[in-house]
Write a protein that binds this ligand. Structure first.
Ligand code: TYD
Length: 232
């Protein structure tokens, strides 16, 4: 019989090999961003279908939301009680409270299992909407983001870009009721669009802008091209 010490040396390498075979590679984290009515929902549907047809295990989720708790925070934010008037700082803290739980309970476990996560909006929306709304400085936002998201930033962020007037027309054609952000005026939405373009410039390694005036097929093709170029 070999001594226990010799056996454990061989077993050690065997266990490592086994681990290499069975531990799934981390999945990919893709976020979709942009103003209101730019076509994120349509792209999410077609992109998810495309990736699933290609054999990728995809989790689709959204912010604010993605867990029962975060969905409850979503209604507080998007359809607040009368006379509530959240300040941009209060909104930001609520968005990040929901985000912390969403990351812990949904996004990170899925990525660890090797699944891909497609998330409708994430931190860049807070950076665009709450900063544009005023009263919140970028340093405070960066600090909160470091605390909550830390190094778990998306692998790729697709920013759909469309002139505000075209996006408003798409929204009114859909005829859905407006939430608290959608009710804001054209000037606000123009600034949000500019804020997303600036985020894309400042984080060019992570973000890509997609011209959202194209057809749904063209937008899907461009997204797939970017995913191939950046993530595979
Ligand atoms: P949603 O109905 O998902 O809008 P859309 O279809 O345009 O994505 O509502 C999300 C709203 O919340 C949207 O107006 C943007 C806003 N929002 C913020 O202001 N900050 C954030 O951090 C997030 C995630 C969303």
């Amino acid at each position: 019989m070999p001594s226990p010490r010799k056996v454990s040396w061989h077993a050690h390498w065997w266990v490592l090999d086994l681990a290499a075979d069975t531990v799934a590679a981390r999945g990919r984290f893709i976020t979709l961003e942009g103003g209101e009515g730019v076509g994120k929902s349509t792209l999410i549907k077609s992109l998810t279908q495309y990736l699933r047809d290609a054999g990728t295990d995809v989790v689709v989720t959204r912010e604010p939301g993605g867990t029962p708790g975060a969905e409850a925070v979503r209604s507080l934010l998007l359809n607040p009680p009368e006379d509530c008037n959240w300040s941009p700082l209060s909104q930001t803290l609520l968005f990040y409270a929901a985000r912390a739980q969403h990351l812990e309970q949904v996004i990170l476990p899925a990525l660890e299992q090797g699944r891909w996560v497609i998330c409708d909006r994430f931190s860049d929306s807070t950076r665009a909407y709450q900063i544009v709304a005023g009263g919140l400085d970028i340093g405070t936002l960066d600090e909160i983001d470091r605390m909550v998201v830390s190094h778990h930033q998306p692998d790729l962020t697709l920013i759909l870009d469309l002139p505000v007037e075209d996006a408003a027309k798409r929204r009114s054609d859909r005829g859905e009721p407006d939430d608290v952000f959608e009710r804001k005026g054209v000037a606000f939405h123009r600034s949000v669009r500019e804020a997303f373009l600036e985020i894309a410039r400042n984080h060019a390694d992570r973000c890509a802008i997609i011209d959202a005036s194209g057809s749904p097929d063209e937008i899907l093709d461009e997204s797939v091209r970017l995913i191939r170029e950046r993530l595979t």
